[in-house]
Design a binder for this molecule. Structure first.
Ligand code: GDP
Length: 488
């Protein structure tokens, strides 16, 4: 039977849905969620998308724009008072004028775009597009809602003792060994444990380890909750079915964990996630491939977790919490400009297979799902480089100033040609031995390790009256899938 809090939650949801429905009647609106784990490319994607729509980008596959039915797209005032605005103008300036990448997403933010267009039958219409940017880490918190503190502790500890996490976890493990869960509650112990646990999670995100599954999401992406007690807890080595003594460190950690679920996780799903109509999930698959098979496995597990969020609400215990109304989900492998175009279809095929392995797509009933490999901002060009008797399909780009891990020094202005390695044509080859990925590393012909190279944003021609257009790869295909049908 539904509990009282579930009934209250249900009533709140219904009231909100009715309000949204009323708004949509007068002002057709699409709420597009843009998510992905940290550094997947959310900020760059939104900046390029808004710029492309507002300026009129080169988007041949985005039919309504390509055929001239979009009269104009303009920014409009922020719709929700309590959500920060996406800093579009700053990000664009950084990209275009400074040729630097903008600062990444750390919190939820939003931007409203109003699109005036002509329907295919000639009628003039307006579509409001609300773009909601939020960290994908927050989605991976969903399973916590049905997990006790003790179970979460046990699972987190087990995960941290396996490879490749054990090394970055060493300092936290050493501190944990000094703690007695039954001892009297102690704020300093909690603060230190939370800090070391967070350091461990952060180290797992390092590009050479590239783990994806690192809940609780706010530890890495605290948003406006930095240093709040709801984030000052960590796992303890306690029995899964144990009972915390009153006043103990264990009870304190447990209380904060429960507060995190109630005050942070639940409101996010209720107030933001459940109101989205469309969703794009950005995935930095290349980083995971580069880091090796463990990172790939971990990414797959994270994708499974993300898919769960779209499944639930349709028939499960979570249905009282929220009912996602998302009817289109696009999974996008980002930074495809790090590969030659001959590998773009393969990247899509690999992502599709990973999603199939994570969950059967049919399970995401009620939503159309598609996959694309894209670069929201294309930072490279292509060239053929002669190596011995072979002509290798290569990419040209300007690496950011600095030194790479293997001692290569770049001045930030000189273009280099690299052979990025290509993805195997045969998918079974890629996933051989249950994920034993051979990797771009094996395919890299150069002695230098260019796998972790970061290119600067491109130098743009500014000979157009409406300013420079940002080059991209398949951004138009993403747009067509996400909103094309709403502009018919
Ligand atoms: P967020 O954390 O998801 O907001 O990620 P960002 O959008 O800030 O992107 C993280 C980093 O990935 C950027 O600083 C760039 O170095 C890189 N990046 C993102 N999108 C692209 C792209 O389309 N092409 C290239 N070459 N790099 C990108």
């Amino acid at each position: 039977m539904a509990s009282f809090s579930e009934i209250v939650e249900e009533a709140r949801l219904s009231a909100r849905a009715l309000l949204d429905y009323g708004d949509h009647l007068f002002q057709p609106t699409v709420r597009l969620g843009v998510t992905g784990l940290s550094r997947a490319g959310k900020t760059v994607f939104i900046t390029a998308l808004v710029h492309g729509l507002a300026r009129g980008g080169r988007f041949p596959i985005f039919e309504s724009l390509a055929t001239g039915r979009i009269a104009r797209a303009r920014l409009a005032p922020q719709p929700d008072d309590a959500v920060p605005r996406f800093a579009y103008e700053n990000h664009l300036r950084t990209l275009i004028e400074q040729r630097c990448w903008p600062s990444s997403t750390t919190d939820i933010s939003q931007l409203r775009l109003v699109i005036d267009y002509q329907r295919q039958n000639g009628a003039e219409r307006t579509l409001t597009l609300d773009i909601v940017d939020y960290p994908g880490e927050w989605l991976l918190d969903l399973p916590l809602l049905t997990k006790s503190y003790e179970r979460w502790s046990a699972e987190s500890l087990a995960l941290s003792r396996g490879e490749p996490r054990a090394r970055p976890a060493a300092e936290w493990h050493a501190h944990l060994a000094t703690l007695s869960p039954e001892a009297h509650e102690n704020e300093q112990a909690a603060i230190t444990a939370a800090k070391l646990f967070t350091d461990y999670l952060r180290a797992c995100r390092d590009e050479r380890i590239a783990m994806s599954l690192l809940p609780p999401g706010r530890f890495l992406m605290p948003g406006n909750l930095v240093n709040s007690p709801a984030l000052t807890f960590a796992p303890l080595d306690v029995a899964v079915d144990g009972i915390a003594p009153d006043g103990s460190l264990w009870a304190m950690m447990r209380r904060r964990y429960e507060a995190y679920k109630e005050k942070v996780v639940r409101p996010f799903f209720r107030d933001h996630f459940s109101r989205l109509d469309r969703q794009i999930v950005l995935i930095d698959a290349l980083s995971a491939f580069n880091a090796g098979p463990e990172a790939l496995h971990d990414l797959e597990a994270a994708l499974g977790g993300i898919l769960d969020c779209f499944r639930i609400g349709r028939s499960t215990v979570f249905s009282a919490l929220f009912r996602p109304r998302i009817d289109r989900i696009l999974f996008a492998a980002t930074k495809a400009d790090h590969l030659h175009h001959s590998s773009h279809d393969r990247l899509e095929a690999i992502l599709r297979r990973m999603l199939d392995r994570a969950a059967t797509r049919a399970e995401v009933a009620g939503a159309a799902v598609d996959v694309v490999a894209l670069a929201a901002v294309r930072a490279t060009r292509e060239a053929q480089v002669q190596r011995g008797r072979d002509r290798l399909p290569s990419i040209l780009g300007t690496p950011a100033k600095g030194e790479t891990a293997n001692g290569e020094i770049f001045d930030g202005n000189t273009e280099v040609a690299t052979f990025p390695g290509d993805l195997p044509v045969d998918l079974d080859d890629f996933f051989r031995d249950d994920g034993a990925f051979r990797g771009l590393a094996a395919a890299t012909a150069d002695k230098a390790d260019f796998r972790f190279l970061r290119f600067r944003p491109p130098q743009l021609d500014n000979d157009d009256a409406s300013g420079p257009a940002l080059p991209h790869i398949r951004l138009d295909r993403a747009l067509q899938f996400l909103i094309g049908d709403r502009l018919q």
